[in-house]
Design a protein around this ligand. Structure first.
Ligand SMILES: C[S@@+](CC[C@H](N)C(=O)[O-])C[C@H]1O[C@@H](n2cnc3c(N)ncnc32)[C@H](O)[C@@H]1O
Length: 278
């Protein structure tokens, strides 16, 4: 077997991976990620008992199950996140929920509030949503909520399903919600999200590049945060417009604070920085 840890990925092999990741996942690796791909993908080459990066490329390309692509994305994507990241979105969500829940017309037309965390990483985003929403709906009987949490990586989804955090990771949670929903877990320096809230979240591996989204019900709010930075403008445009098709009229789309919809054709109304309404 080839000692891939000592072998450099060739320019041609890097281009093959770059093209594959772009076509399958929309992620533009640019020309700067060669070393990252070499070290991270090199491990997968070895784990699979293969002789070269080219062989591993062929394996991913020809794997109809999607498992090899999923493994590749697990090592390539950036999964940085934290609880209540970009907290203004969660404040906005709470304010808007309070308005909607008191609006008889809005309530009459739906059996539940539906929200989608579309690149949820290890779950901090949907877990934060759950705390905010549960707290808001509690006063209102007979009103349910459903959270869909998706990501292309499988390993982060497994972490997300646990809802376990070290004490220091909980520091960004507003203290009232922390006390209410993040209880001390197995060891004293860990907390776990209230299992009742975890049950409200459906975790699903989903590629945002999927040509036709399979979701039956439209969403009231979609978070698409800190993932579009990896996509080029054309890919962002296609994605945003598919999301618009799955948003209820009057519903909101939130994007990351360092992202923008400039240069993207879309029918949404600007509400405040990084918040748009259908
Ligand atoms: C930086 S994290 C953002 C997490 C969270 N939304 C936040 O703002 O804290 C980006 C996530 O996007 C996911 N991702 C990248 N490309 C994707 C794609 N094509 N489809 C679905 N998820 C994708 C990555 O796996 C990663 O978990």
């Amino acid at each position: 077997m080839l000692q891939t840890q000592n072998k450099e990925i060739t320019a041609k092999e890097y281009e093959l991976f770059r093209d594959l990741v772009y076509r399958k996942c929309g992620i533009n690796l640019g020309s700067q990620k060669k070393n990252l791909v070499q070290s991270r993908v090199g491990k997968l080459v070895r784990q699979n008992g293969l002789d070269s990066f080219r062989d591993y490329y062929e394996l991913v390309k020809n794997d109809a199950t999607g498992k090899a692509l999923s493994d590749l994305m697990d090592v390539i994507s950036t999964n940085t996140t934290h609880l209540f990241r970009e907290i203004r979105h969660f404040e906005f969500l709470r304010e808007q929920l309070d308005v909607w829940l008191q609006d008889a017309d809005w309530r009459k037309n739906r059996d539940a509030f539906r929200i989608w965390s579309s690149a949820c990483s290890s779950g901090d985003e949907p877990h934060s949503m759950a705390m905010v929403i549960d707290d808001a709906v509690q006063k209102h009987t007979n009103f349910d909520y459903k959270i869909l949490a998706t990501d292309i990586c499988t390993d982060v989804l497994e972490t997300a399903k646990q809802g376990i955090y070290s004490e220091d990771k909980c520091e960004t949670v507003p203290s009232r919600l922390k006390t209410k929903y993040l209880k001390q877990a197995r060891t004293s320096d860990q907390r776990q999200l209230d299992p009742r809230l975890l049950q409200k979240i459906s975790f699903l591996r989903f590629n945002l590049m999927t040509p036709k989204f399979p979701f039956k019900n439209a969403f009231d709010v979609i978070f698409c945060r800190n993932v579009m930075i990896y996509f080029d403008k054309a890919t962002q445009g296609t994605l945003i417009n598919k999301m618009v098709d799955h948003l209820n009229p009057g519903g909101y789309l939130m994007i990351g604070h360092s992202e923008s919809l400039n240069g993207v054709n879309h029918p949404l109304k600007y509400v405040e920085p990084t918040v748009f309404q259908k």
